[in-house]
Design a protein around this ligand. Structure first.
Ligand code: HEC
Ligand code: HEC
Length: 248
């Protein structure tokens, strides 16, 4: 009884907001709170395309409700502070987006992109399915996390969106040595960093001569190092790195 009322719990049988009015309300919230990452039409950006009908983190209404209200742990998908009725309105809108899938046109050749990924040194810094370096984010499932246009931009303009875990800490110690690397941890006495030269390192603040954080990217821009066709191929390769479905 209780469970069929709008917005009570995950377990409700029918989304009572799946009406034209509910969807329209959901669309409004989507435009103000989701479009910055998922695109105005839901076709993706910093976040994945939500129009394909495939939801890797679960595709029941209850799954969507949970992912939208609580966020997805360990990913850039944030939790949201809306009431239950509003969340159901967003669920109704997100579900409706799949009625007209938007499939980005990928002109590149993914197999050639995979070769370029090694040849151009991308794999020196990035892991893909267990192979590669760790000086950048693991790209094993990046095709499920970002839209192709974002991926392409990341290659030519790495500084455009840099997550805080990839900001670069730069330290000069009193003995005159320079260190740079990703900041892993800090407290009032010391910092822990992944030094680009020699791995995990702890430095006492008392030993600092100079300390700063660079919010730019540690990745070089490939703007002038790749032809347009190579960029298409790399983008197609990255977009093909999809996550296996958890549920559905
Ligand atoms: C800061 C960027 C950001 C915002 C804002 C954001 N999302 Fe997301 N969202 C993501 C990312 C990134 C993922 C992919 C997580 C992953 O799989 O790694 C995601 C995943 C999802 C998923 C799961 C997709 C799947 O395949 O299962 C849904 C559904 C979703 N978002 C809906 C929304 C809705 C609705 C809103 C607004 C209320 C929203 N998101 C706001 C970044 C964002
Ligand atoms: C010197 C190491 C280095 C090299 C070489 C490198 N990257 Fe990166 N890359 C990074 C770092 C660090 C980040 C995270 C900071 C940022 O977003 O710019 C990153 C971010 C990315 C992202 C965005 C990931 C996300 O979740 O936002 C993509 C896509 C990417 N790189 C692809 C490539 C490709 C393709 C190449 C080769 C053409 C390449 N990278 C070469 C270090 C590198």
């Amino acid at each position: 009884m209780f469970l069929v009322a709008a917005g009570c719990a995950f377990g409700q049988a029918v989304n009572t907001q799946a009406t034209p009015a509910g969807r329209a309300a959901g669309e409004k919230i989507f435009r103000s709170h989701c479009a910055s990452c998922h695109g105005v039409s839901g076709a993706g950006g910093t976040g994945p395309n939500l129009t394909t009908g495939v939801f890797y983190h679960g595709s029941t209404d209850a799954d969507l409700y949970r992912n939208i209200s609580q966020g997805i742990e360990g990913t850039a998908m944030p939790d949201q502070f809306f009431n239950g009725v509003q969340i159901w309105q967003i669920v109704a809108y997100v579900r409706w987006l799949s009625a007209t899938p938007v499939r980005p046109k990928l002109v590149g050749n993914a197999a050639h992109g995979a070769e370029l990924f090694r040849q151009k040194g991308c794999s020196d810094c990035h892991l893909v399915r267990g192979e590669g370096g760790v000086r950048g984010p693991d790209l094993s499932v990046i095709g499920s996390q970002r839209a192709p246009a974002y991926l392409r931009e990341s290659i030519v303009e790495p500084g455009a969106h840099v997550a805080p875990e990839f900001w670069v800490a730069k330290v000069i110690t009193k003995d005159g040595k320079n260190h740079s690397g990703f900041l892993l941890n800090q407290d009032s006495y010391a910092i822990q960093m992944l030094d680009f030269a020699d791995g995990l390192r702890m430095i006492q603040r008392a030993d600092f001569k100079d300390f700063g954080i660079d919010r730019g990217s540690a990745m070089p821009s490939y703007r002038d190092k790749l032809s347009a066709a190579e960029l298409d191929d790399l983008t197609a390769f990255l977009a093909s790195l999809e996550r296996p479905r958890e549920k559905n």
